[in-house]
Design a protein around this ligand. Structure first.
Ligand code: SAM
Length: 351
């Protein structure tokens, strides 16, 4: 034992303990949301005893939870903002909690947190799936897609809206676009989160939302919530059975669909989009993307496992791989935009 120890280069196991603290962080976040800690702070900065009194909780527990939330960057301590420390810590919402953890916010993540519990159940099968190669489910098949996606598509709105809005700004600056109205196809639209900012940007922009009928009911509700429903038409069905008019669209969006289609269907889908775009039109692809060497970022690489668990053929693509797939489908130019704090770049290809 001593001999073996002497052969090791000793270092603390922080790369492992950092991973393990993730499960505690999840409990801190979900408990705070469910106990109403964030809601209790909407009236303004509050101390732990006052939060506890308001919510009928134990003072010590609230204080420990609130300190952990500060450490996790989900709350601020207003008594530390440039002032001498007061005797009692006072907690307040920060930008993240105000935007994503308050029920009245249009980007509240409550529904996604519940969805995350479902994903967790699927992930518990990882060992078995790696042993057998059999996925837990096949969301790339129509029946499962119609069951899963109405809920999932709505739950992930807050994950992507901020990036989707930034993409519209980026494309406008890059293309120095005039005020010409755009004809957009949101293919596998789900909630329509990637096309809503196009509709908001110019009231004359028109979006065709293609998805299964059960999902389009959700698309309708969410576009109404964002006050853009009048700019949408619905294209119900499986894209593999829908014939599109050639050269019709200025922009086609593929938001988080390629990862469930797999390589062969992705080739077909890119060719399908190429035919339906106007010459000079733009294809927008949003995906969780590993770097070209497949060494980072962890979330994108683990998303590859997520799709291994959830589909028969799903996979993730690097920018290099997507570039060659788009060029092979006929696109002339492929580029990416990596905004600050994006999980992955968004990729564009020009017809
Ligand atoms: C992960 S969700 C993404 C939704 C949305 N684009 C987004 O990024 O939030 C995948 C969407 O693709 C749709 N979808 C999957 N396979 C499809 C197919 N063969 N034809 C049409 N829609 C499909 C699902 O119903 C679902 O709404």
């Amino acid at each position: 034992m001593l001999k073996y120890l002497s052969t090791l280069r000793l270092m603390p196991p922080s790369s492992i303990t950092n991973i393990l603290q993730g499960s505690w962080s999840i409990q801190v976040l979900k408990s705070a949301v469910e106990l109403g800690i964030f809601e209790a702070l909407t009236a303004g900065p509050t101390s732990a005893p006052a939060i506890a009194k308001k919510l009928n909780l134990q003072e010590k527990g609230v204080s420990l939870l609130a300190d952990s939330l500060v450490a996790l960057k989900l709350l601020d301590r207003s008594d530390l903002n440039g002032h001498a420390r007061s005797s009692e810590p006072v907690y307040e919402l920060n930008m993240a909690s105000q935007t994503y953890l308050i029920a009245e916010s249009p980007l509240f993540m409550g529904m996604y947190l519940k969805q995350h519990d479902e994903l967790d159940k699927m992930w518990r099968n990882l060992r078995e799936t790696i042993r057998t190669g059999k996925p837990v489910m096949a969301v790339n098949e129509d029946a499962k897609a119609e069951e899963i996606f109405p809920h999932l598509a709505e739950a992930i709105v807050p994950l992507n809206y901020c990036i989707a809005a930034d993409v519209v700004k980026y494309l406008k600056e890059r293309n120095k676009s005039d005020k010409k109205a755009l004809n957009v196809l949101d293919l596998a639209a789900g909630s329509a989160v990637w096309s809503i900012p196009f509709a908001q940007d110019n009231r004359d922009n028109h979006v065709a939302a293609l998805d299964f009928p059960a999902v389009l009911a959700v698309t309708r509700r969410i576009t109404e919530r964002f006050d853009v429903a009048a700019q949408y038409t619905e294209v119900p069905g499986n894209w593999r059975q829908i014939k599109l008019t050639p050269d019709l669209y200025d922009v086609i969006i593929l938001g988080h669909i390629l990862h469930s289609e797999g390589l062969e269907m992705t080739k077909q889908l890119l060719a399908y989009c190429f035919a339906a775009l106007k010459p000079g039109g733009t294809l927008e692809i949003a995906e969780y993307m590993p770097n070209d060497e497949r060494t980072a970022p962890p979330y994108a690489l683990m998303f590859g496992l997520n799709m291994y668990l959830a589909t028969t053929d799903g996979c993730i693509f690097s920018f290099e791989e997507l570039t060659s797939l788009c060029l092979a489908a006929g696109f002339s130019h492929v580029y990416k935009h990596q905004g600050v704090e994006y999980d992955s770049p968004v990729v564009f290809a020009t017809k």
